[in-house]
Design a protein around this ligand. Sequence first.
Ligand code: DGL
Length: 253
Amino acid sequence: MVGVYDSGIGGLSVWKELRALMPRQDYVYVADSAHCPYGEKSPEYITGRACAVTDFLIGRGAEAVVVACNTATAAAISYLRSHYTVPFVGMEPAVKPAALASRTGVVGVLATANTFKGSLYHDTVMRYASDIRIVEKVGRGLVEAVERGEVPSELVRRYVEEMTEEGADVIVLGCTHFPFLEKEIARVAGPDVRIINPAPAVARQTARVLRSPEEGGGTAEFYSTGDPSVLMRTAVSIDPELTAEHFHQINIQ
Ligand code: DGL
């Protein structure tokens, strides 16, 4: 069983890829929606939440945990890896494929404030994109909108144009909520701008750390620390066979 965790429903964009790659695997998903957004909370707070959720996921039988949240990965992945024995897969800022794909030498990254502050992001930029100009855009307000099930067209337009006007021809989705805005981002950016979602690469990495990626009952259960209704609506749009009994509200302290 694979545990998947995000501050909210964004990690479903990663679960979608996990499920496509390993349909027989079993999944338990936690949306920490009562504490969302994480984007500007302290690293200590986010690490505390990540540990509480990890304990829950391991208690449900997770043999590996996918931290399907760029912000939680930035704040907590080193701590998690040094305090638990299960393998953790985090979100990689997809700066390397973006740098390779760019013809203009300008790449836009759309993420939360905390993701940009993390050493993982800085190390990745130094290693793979030192000769590239990166336009960093904090997508303030986007996570909250996705949590409400909305597409905030005006905000998307503003952030995307601020990147493309600087010459960006590749945009990295540096937050797992943003694939749910991908159509709108692509519409504003136009056909010459490539959009990179790291979720398929994260799914492949998860398959590598599992003992038996192809085995299991193909089940999925979903927990939200907040209102599970948008979680349910979004998950059902990915797997129409899911029913209300797969979704639960819980309190994780
Ligand atoms: N999905 C989270 C991420 O990938 C959103 C963070 C937040 O809650 O602000 O960064």
